[in-house]
Design a binder for this molecule. Structure first.
Ligand SMILES: [Ca+2]
Length: 537
C-alpha cells in the first residue's frame, strides 16, 4: 500500500479532516464528496478555459476559475472503452484487460469498490460502455452500449431496462441532480456523472442546435495537411473530415421512399457530392461545407454538456454542498477538430493525446495551473487519496492531490507512455505506441516497423517527421531517436507492458456493446421514477 498523499500533505485539508480520524473518518463533515463529471470525446480545444477559438464553455470554465486547470493532461489509449477501464482501475490497458472495445470483467478490483468499502456512497450515471454491469456502486443507472441521444434507454441493476423521454444530455444531468437529492446524507458521496455527448453522431438538443446552425468556424491551419514526411499511417487513415463523414454525420435527409436496409446503407455512405441550396458541391468546396456541418453539431452537443455542468454546479452552490465537494471535469479521450484534416481520436498527435482536466473544491487554489505531466491512470489514485484511503499497489498512476495543493514531488514523471491497439479497427487507424516528453515525441507503428519523431518546441503541429527519408543520418536526430527509444523501453518495463495485446488474435473476448436484449423491459419512466427504480436491487 502507498501512503495517501492526503495524509502526508494534510495542511490544506486540516480544517475539515482531522488527522486522528484518518483514514476511517466517515460522514459529510469528515471527508470531501467527490463529483466526477466525464464527457465523451470532448476536445480540450473546445473549452474556452483552454483557449478555444471556436466556442465558449462558461460553466466548465467556472471549475477552472474556482480551482485547478491541468495544462499537460494526457490519455494512455485514446478511445472510449479502454479509457473507461483505466478510469476504474488506474491501470494501462495491457493490465486491466481492455485494450479495445471488449467487455470489462466486473469482478476486477476497482476504485469504486475501494471507495464503497471505505465508507463512500457510490454511483455512476450515464455513459458506461464496458459491456458488463457496473460493480462497486450503490446506485447506478447507465446507457446500454453507446446509448442514444434521443429518448434513450437506460439499464439498472437486476438486468432491467426502460426508456426516459428527452435528450440524453439533459436527462443525464437531471439524473445526476436527482441522485444527489435522494442519496443517504450520513455518508460522503462519490458520483461519476458520465455524459454520452459530444460523441458521434452529434445529435444536439433543439435549443443548442438552433444556436449553432448558422455559425461559421475557421478551419485549423493543418486542415489541408498532405501528410508529407508521414507515410506510415496518416495517408491510409479513414477519419478525415473531407472523405470519411457519412450522410448520417452530415444530417442529410434520405429519399422518402427508402426503407430499412436501403435507407441505412444510404445514410452510411460517405458522399463525394452534396447539393446544398440547389448548388452541387464537390472536392474542396464540399470538404469545407462538411467541416462546418460537423463543427456546428459537435459544438452544439458540447454546449449541452456545458449547460449541464452549470446546472449541477448551481445545485451544489444552492445546497451548500459545494464547500465540501471536489468537482472534477474530464473527457475520456482526445479529439480532432479538423487538425491534420481529422475528426475522431486514436492518433497520439497532440489533439488525440491531450484531454481536459479541471478540478475545484476545498483545499484547491482558485485559478491554479498545474503543468506537470498527468494521465488518466492518475484519476483512480486521486479519488482514493482525496477520500483519505490507501492506494492499492495494482494501480499504476499517482495521486494528483499534491499537485492540487501546489506541490511538485521531486520524482514526478517527465514523460508519458501511450499505446493504441485497435488495428484492424475503426477508421483504419494503424496500431501505435510512443512517448511524449516536454520537448519531443516518438511514435512507433509496430505492425509496420515505422517511426515518426517530432520536435514539439519547433513543430508543435507535428508536420515535420524528423526521421523521414535520411533524417536519422543527422547525428543530433539519431541521438534523440536513441534516447527516446530507450525511454519507451524504460516505460514499458515500469508499466509492465510485454506487448500482451499487440496481436489482435490475443484480444480478450466479449463486447462493450452488450448484448442487452435479454434485459427485462419496464414501462417508460420519469427521471425521479428512474432513480427510484435504480435504488431497488
Ligand atoms: Ca470517447
Amino acid at each position: 500500500m502507498k501512503i495517501p498523499n492526503a495524509i502526508l500533505g494534510l495542511a490544506a485539508f486540516a480544517a475539515f479532516m482531522p488527522l486522528a480520524n484518518l483514514p476511517a473518518a466517515t460522514g459529510p463533515a469528515g471527508r470531501p464528496n467527490i463529483l466526477f463529471i466525464f464527457s465523451d470525446d470532448h476536445a480540450e480545444a473546445a473549452i474556452s478555459a483552454y483557449g478555444s477559438k471556436v466556442n465558449q464553455t462558461p460553466n466548465i470554465d467556472r471549475i477552472a476559475a474556482g480551482g485547478a486547470r491541468f495544462t499537460n493532461s494526457f490519455v494512455t489509449n485514446s478511445i472510449c472503452t479502454p479509457s473507461r477501464a483505466t478510469l476504474l482501475t488506474g491501470q494501462y490497458s495491457h493490465l486491466n484487460g481492455v485494450p479495445v472495445f471488449n467487455r470489462f470483467d466486473g469482478s476486477r478490483d476497482t476504485v469504486a469498490k475501494h471507495l464503497q468499502a471505505g465508507g463512500y456512497y457510490t454511483g455512476v450515471i450515464g455513459k458506461w460502455h464496458l459491456g458488463s454491469d457496473p460493480t462497486g456502486f450503490d446506485r447506478w443507472i447507465v446507457l446500454p452500449g453507446q446509448g442514444e441521444y434521443v429518448n434513450p434507454d437506460f439499464i439498472v441493476s437486476g438486468k432491467r431496462k426502460f426508456t426516459i423521454e428527452g435528450h440524453c444530455t439533459d436527462i443525464t444531468t437531471d439524473l445526476g441532480i436527482e441522485w444527489l437529492k435522494t442519496r443517504p446524507k450520513d455518508k460522503p458521496f462519490f458520483l461519476m456523472l458520465h455524459q454520452k455527448a459530444p460523441h458521434r453522431t452529434w445529435i444536439p438538443d433543439e435549443r443548442n442546435r438552433a444556436l449553432f446552425k448558422d455559425k461559421v468556424f475557421p478551419e485549423p491551419d493543418t486542415f489541408w495537411d498532405d501528410y508529407a514526411t508521414r507515410p506510415a499511417a496518416l495517408p491510409e487513415n479513414q477519419q478525415r473530415v473531407a472523405d470519411d463523414l457519412n450522410r448520417l454525420d452530415l444530417k442529410l435527409e434520405p429519399p422518402a421512399d427508402l426503407k430499412g436496409e436501403a435507407r441505412r446503407a444510404w445514410l452510411m455512405t460517405k458522399p463525394a457530392e452534396v447539393t446544398v441550396n440547389g448548388k452541387k458541391l464537390t472536392g474542396k468546396e464540399l470538404a469545407k461545407w462538411k467541416y462546418q456541418r460537423y463543427m456546428q453539431d459537435y459544438l452544439a452537443c458540447v454546449q449541452g454538456v456545458d449547460d449541464g455542468v452549470g446546472r449541477v454546479l448551481d445545485y451544489l452552490d444552492q445546497t451548500g454542498l459545494a464547500k465540501n465537494t471536489i468537482v472534477m471535469y474530464a473527457a475520456d479521450n482526445g479529439w480532432y477538430l479538423g487538425e491534420l484534416g481529422l475528426f475522431d481520436k486514436r492518433f497520439m498527435y497532440e489533439p488525440g493525446l491531450r484531454v481536459p482536466l479541471l478540478v475545484r473544491g476545498p483545499g484547491i487554489k482558485a485559478g491554479s495551473l498545474p503543468a506537470q505531466f498527468v494521465a488518466n491512470i492518475d484519476l483512480a489514485p486521486t479519488f482514493l487519496d482525496l477520500a483519505g484511503l490507501p492506494i492499492p499497489d495494482f494501480m499504476q498512476g499517482r495521486s494528483l492531490v499534491p499537485l492540487l495543493h501546489g506541490e511538485t514531488p521531486a520524482d514526478w514523471r517527465t514523460s508519458i507512455y501511450y499505446r493504441y491497439y485497435h488495428d484492424p479497427g475503426h477508421h483504419n487507424t494503424r496500431a501505435h505506441l510512443g512517448v511524449r516528453t516536454a520537448t519531443h515525441k516518438l511514435v512507433y507503428y509496430w505492425k509496420k516497423n515505422a517511426y515518426e519523431m517530432y520536435d514539439l518546441t519547433k513543430d508543435p503541429e507535428e508536420l515535420h517527421n524528423l526521421l523521414f527519408a535520411d533524417g536519422a543520418k543527422d547525428p543530433a536526430i539519431a541521438a534523440k531517436f536513441r534516447e527516446l527509444k530507450a525511454e519507451i523501453a524504460r516505460l514499458q518495463k515500469e508499466f509492465k507492458d510485454d506487448g500482451q495485446y499487440a496481436d489482435s488474435a490475443d484480444w480478450p473476448a466479449g463486447s462493450a456493446d452488450g448484448p442487452y436484449t435479454q434485459y427485462r423491459r419496464l414501462d417508460t419512466k420519469t427521471v425521479a421514477e428512474a432513480i427510484a427504480a435504480a435504488a431497488q436491487p
